[in-house]
Structure formats: structure tokens, C-alpha cells
Design a protein. Structure first.
Length: 311
């Protein structure tokens, strides 16, 4: 593989989108720490490496199995895949090989993590489930994105698997506190995937995908995004008012959640069935999603640092 082909192959991996998994993983780990868990940076990085390999595998496998459908979509900053295989079909075998190798690496790293740090073997379930969900998101026979289940897979991935793996690395378990924390994160996973689907509706129809936006339309998509963002804000407000996830103070988080909510409501008020009019609002939703996630992690990190210095 020459230098140009290597650069293109790396672009196929869409490495910047690894942030969409790293941030909720980190949030889960920090939340566990604030509830009293103690873990080392080595454990954090080792545990994340297993999930990162699975996440990166998804990027390669999705572009491989979506190669035919992606011929009908226009790549944007948030959707349409990398566009690499449409322009360089000769890289398809390498993409498939990379996806399989990264899946194997994910399971191997997870196994070493369990063995070295003495964690329950159930941690491997996170890596295996992440790999299977990612693979079958577009791969037959299930091809979840083509069979009305793509949104469910994304909600599970970004609301449960990634933050759950981080929490598990910190605490060695999952408990009711985590599942409560996961509810708004799952809702933001819905905001994320529906926003990504909005620009691709016509191409997804031509490519045979059965996404929610394909089935119900863009206007419904914006309504759902706004409803999910509003429910996430309501969940954080409930945590703040009741203190059920004490000692973490969720009042700042409830304020942060207004960012994606305001953006979602703006998109709803300007909703349109046409692609050109909806693309800026879909992009804004994704930016709002990442901004909130970054603010959440920053707040948890500052709070964790404060607790360390005060102890």
C-alpha cells in the first residue's frame, strides 16, 4: 500500500468520530469515581483501548457493508460515511480485513485487561456486545440499519455500552445509580443518530436503508430530536432536584443540557422536509451533542480533581 493509499485508508477509519465513544466512556468512569470507586489511569486507558478497537472496527466494517448504499448519498461532515470506498473500491478487502483484525484486538485487549487487573470476566461482554452491534449494524444477516433497528443499536451503544464500560472499569460492577445516569445519555444517543440520518434520507431510500427518518420523514426526525433532548434535560433536572445520585451535584449538568435542547428546539422551529434546509440544523444538533458531552466530562473531571485535593 503506497503512501497515498495509506492516507486514504486511515481516512476511512474516521478517527475523529472516536470521540463519540471516548467521551461517554470517560463520563461513566468519572461518575463511578465520584461515587467512591478508585482506579488507576492504567486501568482507564487499558479498558478504553478494548472499546476503542471495537469502535474503530465499526468504522471500517460499516463503510465496507455500506459501500453500495453510500453510492447514493453525498458525504457531509456528519453523515454519508467516509466516501473512501466509493472512490477507491480496491480498498474494500483491506477495509474488511481491518474490521476483523480490530474486532480480534478488542477481544484480546479485553481479555488481558480482565486477567491483569482481576476484573470480573463479564467486562468482556461489553467488548463483545460492542463488536457484534457494530458488525451487524450493516452486515448481513441482521443489517440493523436496513431493518428498522439502527436507532436501537445506537442508543444501546452510546447510552449503555460505552458509559457502562467506563463505569465498570471504575467500579467493577453496574448498579442502579449507573442505569439512572444512562437514561439521559441514551436519549442523547437518539439525538445523535437521528441527526446523522437527516441529511441522508434520499440516499438511504435509494440504498435500501430503513432508518427512522426514511420511514417517518425529516420533520418527524426533528420532533423526535427535540423530544429526546427535552426528556434528557428533565432527567438531569430530576437528578438535581432530588439528589438521588448524590454526592454528584447535577445542577450544573442540568444547565449544560440546555445547550442541545435549545439547538434542538431551534431545529424544530425551522424544520423542513427538504435536505438543503435541514442540513445546517442537523449539523448544529451534532455540535450541540458534542459540546454538552464535553461540558459534562469537564465538570465531572473538575469535581473529581476537587475531591482528590480535599481528601
Amino acid at each position: 500500500m503506497d503512501t497515498h493509499a495509506l492516507r486514504v485508508f486511515i481516512r476511512l477509519g474516521r478517527f475523529p468520530f472516536l470521540l463519540s465513544g471516548f467521551i461517554p466512556f470517560t463520563a461513566g468512569a468519572l461518575f463511578g469515581f465520584l461515587l467512591g470507586a478508585r482506579f488507576t489511569p492504567g486501568e482507564f486507558l487499558f479498558g478504553y483501548a478494548a472499546m476503542a478497537a471495537a469502535h474503530l472496527s465499526v468504522h471500517y466494517s460499516n463503510d465496507y457493508f455500506d459501500a453500495d448504499a453510500d453510492r447514493f448519498v453525498e458525504t457531509t461532515a456528519i453523515s454519508g460515511g467516509s466516501g473512501v470506498l466509493a472512490a477507491h473500491p480496491g480498498l474494500k478487502p483491506a477495509a474488511l480485513a481491518a474490521a476483523v483484525a480490530l474486532m480480534a484486538a478488542s477481544i484480546l485487549i479485553g481479555s488481558l485487561f480482565v486477567a491483569i487487573y482481576g476484573y470480573p470476566a463479564i467486562f468482556l461482554a461489553f467488548g463483545i456486545a460492542g463488536n457484534l452491534l457494530g458488525w451487524f449494524y450493516t452486515a448481513p444477516p441482521f443489517a440493523l440499519a436496513y431493518n428498522n433497528l439502527g436507532e436501537v443499536a445506537n442508543v444501546i451503544t452510546f447510552g449503555l455500552l460505552m458509559p457502562g464500560a467506563g463505569y465498570f472499569v471504575a467500579t467493577g460492577r453496574l448498579d442502579p445509580a449507573f442505569f439512572a445516569f444512562a437514561i439521559p445519555l441514551a436519549l442523547y444517543g437518539l439525538v445523535f443518530i437521528v441527526s446523522v440520518e437527516i441529511p441522508d434520507r434520499e440516499g438511504d431510500i435509494a440504498g435500501g436503508k430503513r432508518t427512522l427518518v426514511v420511514r417517518r420523514g425529516r420533520i418527524f426526525g426533528f420532533c423526535l430530536i427535540a423530544a429526546a433532548a427535552a426528556l434528557a434535560t428533565a432527567a438531569f433536572a430530576l437528578f438535581a432536584l432530588t439528589g438521588i445520585l448524590s454526592p454528584v451535584d447535577f445542577r450544573p449538568v442540568a444547565v449544560f443540557s440546555l445547550v442541545p435542547l435549545v439547538i434542538a428546539l431551534r431545529g424544530l422551529s425551522n424544520r423542513s422536509a427538504e435536505r438543503a434546509g435541514t442540513l445546517p440544523h442537523a449539523v448544529a444538533n451534532i455540535r450541540g451533542y458534542f459540546l454538552f458531552q464535553a461540558l459534562l466530562v469537564l465538570y465531572l473531571l473538575i469535581t473529581a480533581a476537587g475531591s482528590l485535593f480535599s481528601s
